[in-house]
Ligand binder design. Structure first.
Ligand code: MSP
Length: 524
């Protein structure tokens, strides 16, 4: 049986257009999925929208719509963006769908019956935008510690989840599963900031608004939006439904990706809910940092937002996907800068990658009328060195990618591109041609094509169109030659023919003009 790989993104709040920061999580998730798919695994990517809560009720009202009309429109908009970004999700869940709501009610009942949820009274400071209650001591200058906005003192009859009961079990789980949380410092944050000071029981119902899932046995209570939202990862697979085939096949998730602001919910509440349901925990939860702007968080009110569509329309999808993954180290915040974007485009994509392809295609045309020469399989010294280096880079890429260090792993591919460019300067094919050293020239052209094929495979998870374009230009047609199956082989290309005239995949940008353009866009 094939290995399976189930990966999830957070489900997004339908609160308007997604900026590149929000798109980042999904690009990352899709790229990781594609990588596993190219390795022949049975992959499944889930994304969706988180559609309940007071904030959404208010947004819909402002827009003159019913909440359901509002969230459906937003989900449609999100799906359009994902299509534009070639995000190949396998399921899109909206938490207002019956398949989700019914199961959340069942889960709540189950937790209540087994005594994990009990009835009490809640008084606390509530932040409406964050949909979170805070204790007096958690407030910062009397305001919400997460977003800095005003909070309201609210008191209500409510149900509580017995978090305390699970604290030790959770700590033990962290200890015994070193891959559960990545990067590791997030684990220490959870332990020191939340678990060690003592976990409070969590209030899991609200009565102050309507737009949410009702507790079946006590319908004036609405289920807390985080309990509702977190369970999407299993309701989408049919957990507790009549058909739970997908759940049986894919749960536990192999990877759940979340931004740093929602780490606490995913690293503490989510595993505890799963423990209470007696379900296995996801293998890894990856917490990534944020894309920031020079003046702080991206926000419409600050007028410093950059939307993925703007970049895609002007520079093409792959340069955006490349930039997001290459520039954004998972474990620290990164400031989006127009200079960095243009530089990456001109240097990495145009100078390094596009030129390597162009030079190679034109030389194979010039010296062998476009036919990729056969290779006898016995490398001379310089070819051998290139082969060894290439295989070593593939290993390095694999290791880092599997550890979810995407920026570093992509750097390894670009090291390989640089090394392959250097190989042209070392072998000097023009001299080999002049001196009629045909065998060496053949081996040289073969290695260049072979390395381009390998590079195309390596970038394919995150730059699919570019990879396909490279395969087309170097005459690689068979699917097996485009995935991991023969990635490490150096003797598999047979009868390939490059295209007659190479087509640049990335054209050099006028740096000054584009930096200006991006700065202006960011002001709008
Ligand atoms: N609805 C919740 C998630 C519930 S999951 C059960 C939510 N939604 S969100 O729309 O506000 O955020 C979705 C994701 O986008 C989060 O992982 C968040 O961290 C991420 N990002 C939002 N802004 C971001 C940046 N500027 N940079 C990187 N990621 C960003 O939270």
């Amino acid at each position: 049986m094939k290995d399976k790989f189930y990966v999830t993104t957070p489900i997004y709040y339908p609160s308007g257009r997604f900026h590149i920061g929000t798109a980042y999580t999904t690009v990352l998730a899709d790229s990781i999925k594609q990588y596993h798919k190219l390795k022949g695994e049975d992959t499944y990517l889930l994304t969706g929208t988180d559609e309940h809560g007071q904030k959404i009720e208010e947004k819909a009202k402002e827009a003159g719509k019913t909440p359901k009309e509002y969230v459906d429109e937003m989900a449609k908009m999100a799906k359009e963006l994902w299509a534009k970004m070639k995000i190949e999700y396998d399921d899109y869940i909206q938490t207002t769908e019956t398949r989700h709501e019914k199961i959340v009610q069942k889960i709540f009942d189950k937790l209540m019956e087994q005594g994990d949820i009990y009835k009490g009274e809640y008084e606390g400071w509530y932040c409406i935008p964050c949909e979170t209650f805070f204790t007096e001591t958690q407030l910062v200058d009397g305001k919400c510690p997460d977003c800095g906005r005003e909070v309201k003192l609210m008191k209500e009859e409510a149900y509580f989840f017995h978090m305390k009961k699970y604290a030790d079990k959770l700590l033990k789980y962290y200890e015994e599963h070193p891959n559960f949380i990545k990067p590791e410092y997030r684990k220490n944050e959870m332990i020191n900031n939340f678990i060690k000071p003592g976990l409070e029981d969590l209030c899991v119902t609200r009565t102050s608004f309507d737009w949410g899932i009702k507790v079946l046995k006590d319908p004036k209570h609405i289920i807390y939006v985080w309990l509702d939202a977190l369970t999407n990862y299993i309701t989408a697979l049919g957990y507790l439904s009549e058909d739970d085939t997908l759940f049986q096949k894919y749960w536990p998730a192999d990877l759940q990706i979340v931004g740093k602001d929602i780490a606490r919910f995913h690293l503490i509440y989510w595993p505890i809910f799963l423990m209470a349901l007696d379900l296995p925990l996801p293998k890894t939860i990856l917490v990534h940092n944020w894309i920031m702007m020079k003046d702080g968080k991206m926000s419409k009110s600050k007028g410093n937002v950059i939307y993925p569509e703007t970049l895609i329309e002007r520079y093409g999808l792959d340069s955006v996907r490349y930039f997001l993954l290459r520039e954004m180290p998972v474990s620290q915040d990164e400031i989006f800068s127009p200079e960095a974007f243009v530089e990456r485009y001109n240097f990495d994509l145009c100078n390094d990658l596009s030129n390597l392809l162009n030079r190679t295609v034109s030389m194979v045309n010039k010296y062998f009328s476009g036919n990729v020469p056969q290779y006898n399989g016995t490398p001379n010294n310089v070819d051998k060195e290139l082969e060894e280096y290439t295989l070593q880079q593939i290993e390095k890429f694999d290791e880092k990618w599997n550890n979810y260090e995407t920026a570093n792993s992509i750097q390894e591919i670009w090291n390989l591109i640089a090394r392959t460019n250097k190989y042209i300067d070392e072998t000097m094919p023009w001299t080999l041609a002049k001196e009629k050293q045909t065998e060496k020239l053949k081996a040289c052209m073969y290695h260049l094509i072979e390395n381009l094929r390998k590079i195309a495979i390596l970038i394919r998870p995150f730059m699919k169109d570019t990879a396909d374009n490279i395969f087309r230009q170097i005459g690689i047609k068979e699917e097996d030659m485009k995935n991991w199956k023969y990635l490490k082989d150096y003797n598999k290309i047979q009868k390939a023919q490059v295209i007659e005239k190479g087509e640049p995949i990335f054209m050099r940008l006028n740096a000054q003009e584009e930096i200006e353009f991006l700065k202006n866009v960011m002001k709008k």
